[in-house]
Design a protein around this ligand. Structure first.
Ligand code: CMP
Length: 139
């Protein structure tokens, strides 16, 4: 089934000029980038986005990291896009990520792990709606 997922190319990746290389992995996997915008995330946006992690010890560090430099927010579309993107991102910790995945190729560590992808279709819808209106998504 064709579906959408939400992606963020994180500060550690935009700072190292990796946006194009990450987009190439995404497109080579058959996912279509149907919306994309480079933004500086505000502290309020980052706190809302990662609210589920607010009790975790790394929450402050995570919010600080996400607001430290520009990010690229994206909507990806394709067959089983949520699962497919998680597969090509690789494990959260790059030390555990499979060969050829974005995190294995580019991530620095578990905090600076280059990309975010939604973990379910329900969360994909919520995350997309935080950054895009429907008319900004062109499939
Ligand atoms: P992401 O997929 O964006 O979702 C939550 C983020 O929290 C995760 O990627 C990591 O960047 C970050 N994260 C998860 N575990 C840790 C950890 N142990 N230390 C620091 N950051 C973490």
């Amino acid at each position: 089934m064709t579906e959408r997922t939400f992606s963020i190319i994180k500060p550690d990746a935009t700072e190292r000029n990796l946006t194009g290389k990450i987009n190439a992995v995404i497109e080579d996997a058959g996912l279509r980038i149907v919306a994309q915008r480079r933004i500086r995330m505000t502290e309020a946006q980052a706190k809302t986005f990662y609210e589920v992690h607010k009790e975790r010890p790394f929450y402050g560090e995570l919010v600080g990291q996400m607001t430290s430099a520009p990010v690229v927010v994206q909507v990806l579309e394709g067959e089983n896009a949520v699962a497919k993107y998680r597969e090509i991102m690789g494990a959260t910790n790059p030390e555990q990520a499979a060969e050829g995945t974005i995190r294995k190729l580019f991530a620095k560590n578990v905090g600076e792990n280059s990309v975010h992808g939604s973990d379910s279709q329900d969360n994909a819808k919520l995350e997309i709606a935080q950054f895009f209106t429907e008319d900004q998504i062109v499939g």
